[in-house]
Write a protein that binds this ligand. Structure first.
Ligand SMILES: [Zn+2]
Length: 154
């Protein structure tokens, strides 16, 4: 129970806000190369190039990023402030999560817990509605990164 509280205690912060926005101001968003290495991780797993620009924006409080569907294309917008205060792995999870929506058409994973070999309760997928907290990154994502990447592609 305590582990559960530890792992999920800060999950309510920094939601992947996904498709509930329709910001016209992001319609002409240009791709920012800062996201290239994360995009490449996705492309390597998927086996194809991704034609979805990823851009910075200033989003609402607690929103980390979203996949915006426009008439002819999709755009991923990432909150700049949030990005600047998270580590490499949380950045990777954020970009892979949004590409999961934009490219793979995946929705949010409702079932959100698996137990790892050490007895830690971990998110079942990176398609959970909020980004991993630092404990989940250390105990779940880093040691089971291959599982999460494979799960995303299934
Ligand atoms: Zn999402």
């Amino acid at each position: 129970m305590i582990k559960r509280i530890l792992l999920y205690g800060s999950c309510l912060l920094f939601l992947f806000s996904c498709t509930r926005f329709n910001y016209v101001k992001f319609a002409n968003a240009k791709h920012n190369p800062v996201f290239d290495s994360y995009k490449k991780t996705f492309e390597d797993m998927w086996g194809q190039k991704v034609n979805v620009p990823i851009s910075f924006g200033n989003l609402n409080k607690n929103d980390a990023g979203f996949c915006l569907t426009l008439t002819t294309r999709k755009v991923i917008v990432v909150d700049r402030k949030y990005w600047n205060h998270i580590d490499h792995y949380r950045r990777e999870i954020l970009i892979l999560h949004e590409l999961g929506h934009c490219v793979l058409g995946r929705g949010h994973y409702k079932e959100n817990a698996i137990v790892n070999i050490n007895g830690d309760i971990c998110p079942k997928s990176i398609m959970v509605p909020s980004n991993f907290n630092s404990i989940e990154v250390a105990r779940c994502y880093v040691p089971y990164r291959r599982y999460y990447l494979k799960e995303l592609m299934k």
